[in-house]
Every structure is written in C-alpha cells, then in structure tokens.
Design a binder for this molecule. Structure first.
Ligand SMILES: [Zn+2]
Length: 414
C-alpha cells in the first residue's frame, strides 16, 4: 500500500537538509538552518492537500487533516521533530541504500574503513531481505527524527488519497530543538487542540513507550579551607577529600553503567575542584516517584551528616527537578496506548512496550495537558555515524498511523 520508492525519496530529501540544533545557543530555534527544512515541509504539506498549515515564529509547524466522517470523534495528533542531534555532524549527509540486505557487514566508508557490522550491532539481523538506509560513515543519518516526519506526512498523504478510509480530525506538528531539550517549550497545546497525541520518535519497529524517568539535577558545592601545607595540621580542610567522601557515600551500584530497565541511578557527570572549593554535578533518575524522592533525600542527608560532623556548613546541595514520568498522565487514559498495541498486532508487528531510560518531548507535553506516548520511527544507533533505518520499518510506522486514526474513528464516538 505505501509506495516504497516514494517514502524513500521523501526521507532522503529531508535528511539531506542539515538541521543540527545547538545546546549553547539560547535563541529559539537554536539554529537558523532548521527553518530550511521547516519551509520545505510547509510546501510539501500544501502539495499533499493538508489544511490550516501554519509555521509560527518559533519554527513550529502545525497542520490539519479534516475529518471525513459525520459523527464526532476525538481529535488526535502526531508529532515529530525536525532537528538532529548536536552530538554528531548532520552536514552533507550522503545516504547509502543497501537493498535486500543479507546479514553481512556493511561498508560505510572504504577509505576510512568504517564498517557497520552485525557482529557488533546484532539488531541488523532482524532486517534480512529489507532495504537499509545508512550513512557514509562521516555524519549521522537523521532518521531521528526525520523518519518520524516522513512517516507522518506519508500517512497524511495516503489518507487524503484514500477517502474511503474513515477518520476524525487529525492534527500534526513538527517541532524544532527537541535534541537540546526544548522541543516542547514553545509548543502551543491550546492551539494544537487535540485530545491526545503520539510522538513518532522511538527506535526499532514495535516500540511503544509511555513511561520515562523522573529527573532532577543536583549541584553539590563543597567548601574547604586553604592553609599553607607546611603548617596545615588541624587547620586545612581539603574540599576534594570531602568530595571523595561524598561520592563514596552514594550507593556504588546505582550508576548508569550498572543499571537497566526500571533501576534508577545517581550519575556524576561533571566535577571541578581545588583545595578551597569542589563542585560535583549529578543527575538523579528514577521511574518510581517515591524512589525518586528518596534519592533526592539521600543526597541531602549525606551532606547534612558531613556538615554535622564538621560542625559547620561545608557542603550545600541545590536540587532542581527537570521532568517527570509521563506514566502518571497516561495511566488514567490507558486506552490511548492499548489502541496502538491493537493496531500493531492487526498489522503483524510485535509490540515492544518498555520504559524509556530518559525523557521525551511527550513527557513534557503530557504534563502540559496533552497525553503523548511515543511510537517507533524505525531507526537504530541514533546520534552517530552508525545510525540506520530499514525502509520497511518506516512503511510499518506509516501503517500504524493510518491504523490508529481509523481505530479512533470506529471506537471513540463523542
Ligand atoms: Zn528524536
């Protein structure tokens, strides 16, 4: 049903437009070049016949697919992001197509000896016989999240060409700056005006996510006392030694490199120090709201205990919440996840429901009043030179969108 060449061509058109975002630029969007893709998308949405197409001053694109039924059903939405990760360059993406993949090593770059091998990336073996789009080893691919953009537009186009497929009003949005954590910041939930939505921003085929971490940052400032080392006995307090004590008091096994699934952690990601002053920067993560609070208390308690022992306030802790687990907002409307699971099974996809060990724009949107689970877009190895996407997974994601809108129209009369 979805034409393979057509979806491939559209995807390649989008990934060859550089849209890398910039974490250090406070401007919105963080890079001017994101407008280049935004303007192309506006033209493409016009071409396929979408309505109410709007590119706003913050580089968000919204558009409507009008209902083609007479009874009223909930308006739902689909969202993806147009920027690519600043972790790796997205300039001059030169995609390569591997047709009828046979499970062998894929040479990305002969000259530089860069090889995408199933010995290391064993997920590749799921895609034998399929068409895989890779990089040339020198850039990322941008399937995160231009696969999502491609799938949403292709699904809308398909629905417009097939009026016999019945659906309610559908809203779509493409956001800038997701990769620098700001994709939801200027998202106008009222203007979007959907009952619920899905981000098409997951990885491998079948992924369906509605749980993510609760997240906070903790800045630990440790102040010592500097005295000439020759005359320091009983006087000097070396803040770096206190920092070492602080770090050792945290549970050693609860770090990112030793945890998975639902296990939370403390992650020390930056440390600067001298005798007088040391600063430790942590992030705190846990899916469970109670355990998340406990973690914040543990950090405070270690500081307090040390201060009590020293008899003065040597350690101060500043904790800031960053985002919360969307599960709390999704569970009351669990039917929005269940229906995706049904659609996947209907079209022969095995649903992979698992907690995200991170955050998504959807988690922020869920707390802004738009419940927003995440669905696979099909790519693998995001944010680097080994990123790839099977075309067949993009086709399946497109079919999932087409299936969802029909199921909502059938099941949810208001
Ligand atoms: Zn993404």
């Amino acid at each position: 049903m979805i034409d393979k060449k057509h979806i491939t061509d559209r995807f390649i058109k989008y990934i060859t437009i550089d849209t890398e975002s910039d974490p250090d630029n406070p401007a919105f969007p963080s890079t001017e070049k994101q407008w280049n893709l935004a303007r192309v998308l506006v033209e493409d949405l016009k071409k396929i016949g979408m309505q109410e197409i709007e590119l706003d001053e913050n580089c968000y694109i919204m558009a409507t697919l009008p209902s083609n039924i007479t009874h009223r059903v909930p308006t739902i939405g689909f969202i993806s992001h147009i920027d690519t990760s600043p972790d790796f360059t997205g300039k001059n993406v030169r995609p390569q197509l591997v047709e009828n993949y046979q499970g062998n090593d894929i040479i990305l770059n002969q000259e530089k000896n860069i090889i995408l091998s199933p010995d290391y990336f064993e997920d590749l073996l799921q895609y034998k016989g399929q068409t895989i789009i890779t990089t040339d080893g020198t850039t990322l691919l941008g399937a995160d999240d231009k696969a999502g953009v491609t799938e949403i537009i292709t699904a809308m186009e398909y629905l417009l060409k097939h009026p016999e497929l019945k659906h309610g009003k559908i809203r779509i949005c493409f956001t800038p700056d997701e990769e620098v954590g700001k994709g939801a910041h200027k998202f106008d939930v009222n203007k979007f005006d959907a009952e619920w939505a899905y981000t098409m921003d997951g990885s491998q085929i079948g992924e369906l996510e509605y749980e993510n971490f609760n997240a906070a940052s903790a800045k630990v400032t440790i102040v010592g006392k500097i005295v000439h080392p020759g005359y320091a006995k009983g006087k000097m307090i070396n803040s770096m030694h206190l920092a070492n004590e602080f770090m050792s008091a945290l549970p050693a096994a609860e770090v990112p490199e030793k945890t998975s699934g639902y296990e939370g952690f403390f992650h020390l990601h930056d440390m600067t120090g001298n005798v007088e002053k040391t600063i430790l920067e942590y992030i705190i993560r846990d899916h469970d709201a109670h355990l998340f609070d406990e973690r914040k208390k543990i950090i405070q308690k270690i500081a307090q205990d040390c201060n009590t022992r020293l008899g003065h306030e040597a350690i101060t802790v500043e904790i800031k919440d960053q985002y919360f687990n969307m599960k709390e907002k999704i569970v009351p409307v669990m039917h929005i996840v269940d229906l995706v699971e049904e659609v996947m099974k209907d079209i022969g996809i095995v649903p992979l429901i698992k907690p995200i060990r991170g955050g998504t724009d959807g988690s922020q949107l869920s707390y802004m009043g738009l419940p927003c689970p995440n669905i696979f877009a099909g790519g693998h190895n995001f944010h680097g030179r080994f990123e790839y996407v099977p075309v067949e997974s993009m086709i399946k994601a497109t079919e999932v969108i087409v299936g969802i809108v029909q199921k909502v129209a059938k099941k949810n009369t208001i």
